[in-house]
Design a protein around this ligand. Structure first.
Ligand SMILES: [Zn+2]
Length: 201
């Protein structure tokens, strides 16, 4: 079964009126090596170091999946120049992947249940942005959803807490409920993996 490892724990904290950020970077090992959200430029060395601890180089990564196109989640994408890179772009646009080594771009219909690799499938989770996607991974521990900013921090597993940033609050709420219902564990856009509280279901 697939294995999931958080490589970089993304930050999200207010200090002196500044928002200090960095996205969580996650590795999925299955029949492909997958990175979900390659993360923020200031965390580049940490990404490389953590990959090395897992005996991987950037060229060993087959697929990069961008949950959405905010800079803190995406700016290390150029490290993975051998990977196929997936993103969605807009709500009404099906989605696409790039193969930079071949200068190649193809549309792909990213939708709920579309398989990305063994034990890994897409989940549409709009609301934070209109094109936000998450990944559902089946592991020996249970279902892990790598949620990006559909659940940006563990505190947002509490349905009474409102997100700071959203494109469509109604869509956000539906996506959040969908994730809480399906997942045993969630990897948020910022922070460590956590177990889904039963109260969230
Ligand atoms: Zn974001």
């Amino acid at each position: 079964m697939a294995e999931v490892k958080v490589l970089v724990v993304g930050r999200h904290q207010v200090a002196d009126d500044k928002l200090i950020i960095g996205a969580t970077v996650t590795l999925i090992k299955t029949d492909k090596n997958i990175i979900v959200d390659p993360g923020y430029l200031p965390d580049q060395e940490e990404v490389l170091l953590e990959l090395a601890k897992n005996n991987l180089k950037p060229a060993d990564i087959d697929i990069v999946c961008l949950t959405h196109l905010h800079l803190d989640h995406t700016s290390n994408v150029a490290l993975f120049n051998k990977a196929r890179i997936y993103c969605k772009l807009k709500a009404d646009y099906p989605g696409q992947y790039h193969v930079p080594t071949e200068r190649y771009l193809k549309r792909v219909d990213i939708k709920d249940g579309l398989k990305l690799a063994k034990d890994v499938e897409f989940l549409l989770t709009p609301g934070h942005t209109e094109d936000h996607i998450s990944l559902l991974v089946t592991t020996a521990q249970g279902k892990i959803i790598i949620a990006g900013d559909a659940i940006a921090t563990a505190s947002l597993a509490d349905l009474d807490k409102k997100p700071l940033l959203f494109n469509d609050l109604k869509a956000y709420e539906l996506s959040r409920q969908k994730i809480l219902k399906l997942a045993d564990f969630i990897i948020p856009g910022h922070g460590c993996m956590f177990k889904v509280p039963l109260a969230g279901r």
